[in-house]
Design a protein around this ligand. Structure first.
Ligand code: C2E
Ligand code: CA
Ligand code: CA
Ligand code: CA
Length: 272
């Protein structure tokens, strides 16, 4: 049993080393991935919860590694944040997403995820707004999703808040993403006027068979209503989940039931 334990320990040790090596390699290969054309964007519809009409799309980043295949953003975004590559990647995402959305029905909005690291760039708001202008997109069509990580109330919170306020002042909306999973959700809500709350998919996905999750989702919807800001639920996969969300008057829904992340559908593309 003792040698078995030792073998297990060595197995995990080897696995860990392999994992570290893989991450190191991915981190290295991220540099230049855009120039090599390995990054692309998919767009997932966000819909009115009642009519299921598409109101906009969230841009989601994909990296196709030439040897290792598809790498999930949950894996490479943190690496890009650690290396600083997220700054250039984030600019490419904004430019590319806006170029795409410029070709669709102008009533549709585009939601972009902003990494906390991007806020270190003082010109972030200026860059995003200038990019929108260059593509002929009204700022009112832009939504910026920020996670309720330490950023907002953390060390450089003033810089973050100034950037978000600048975007809002120009008509863009700021969405609190993954609501409920952070450490200071309510504190963030007190410090900053968000335009929308996005309930984290972990709550939505367990709603039907986990009563506390259902209570949390219902309460977040009520909280949004009492603050006067719309609530969007992500990770909606079943009719049962949609029915619950509608019953509680959730404003918008996003998830595999409505549509998977995909290239922009041509049906919405305006004829040139
Ligand atoms: P997120 O912002 O919470 O994005 C939603 C994630 O949920 C996406 O995963 C989406 O594909 C997935 N999803 C949507 N509907 C469903 C559903 O019904 N069921 C399930 N199981 N999943 C669903 P994805 O595309 O893998 O992205 C993961 C995370 O990576 C995102 O989480 C976001 O934090 C980050 N990310 C993606 N694109 C970008 C980007 O351009 N910039 C930055 N900074 N982060 C990004
Ligand atoms: Ca998001
Ligand atoms: Ca989310
Ligand atoms: Ca997330």
């Amino acid at each position: 049993a003792k040698s078995e334990g030792r073998n297990t320990a060595r197995f995990f040790d080897d696995r860990l080393k392999e994992e570290v090596r893989l991450r190191w390699r991915l981190g290295r290969d991220l540099d230049g991935a855009i120039d090599r054309g390995e990054m692309r964007l998919l767009f997932q519809p966000i819909a009115d919860a009642h009519t299921l009409a598409t109101t906009g799309y969230e841009a989601l980043l994909r990296w196709s590694h030439p040897e290792l295949g598809e790498i999930a953003p949950d894996v490479f975004v943190p690496l890009a944040e650690a290396s600083g590559d997220i700054a250039a990647i984030g600019r490419w995402v904004a430019d590319s997403a806006m170029a795409h959305i410029a070709r669709v029905d102008p009533s549709l909005s585009i939601a972009l995820n902003l990494s906390p690291i991007q806020f270190r760039e003082p010109a972030l708001a200026g860059y995003l707004l200038a990019t929108a202008r260059r593509h002929g997109i009204a700022p009112e069509r832009l939504e910026f999703e920020v996670t309720e990580s330490a950023t907002l109330l953390g060390r450089n919170s003033e810089a973050v808040l100034a950037t978000l306020r600048e975007l809002q002042a120009r008509g863009a909306r700021v969405v609190m993403d993954d609501f409920g999973t952070g450490y200071s959700s309510l504190g963030n809500l007190r410090e900053f006027r968000f335009d929308k709350l996005k309930v984290d998919r972990s709550f939505v996905m367990s709603m039907a068979d986990h009563a506390p999750s259902a209570s949390i989702v219902r309460s977040v919807i009520a909280l949004g209503r009492s603050l006067g800001i719309p609530v969007v639920a992500e990770g909606v996969e079943t009719e049962a989940q949609l029915a619950m969300l509608r019953q509680w008057a959730c404003d918008e829904v996003q998830g595999y039931l409505i549509g998977r992340p995909a290239p922009l559908p041509l049906a919405h593309v305006v004829a040139a």
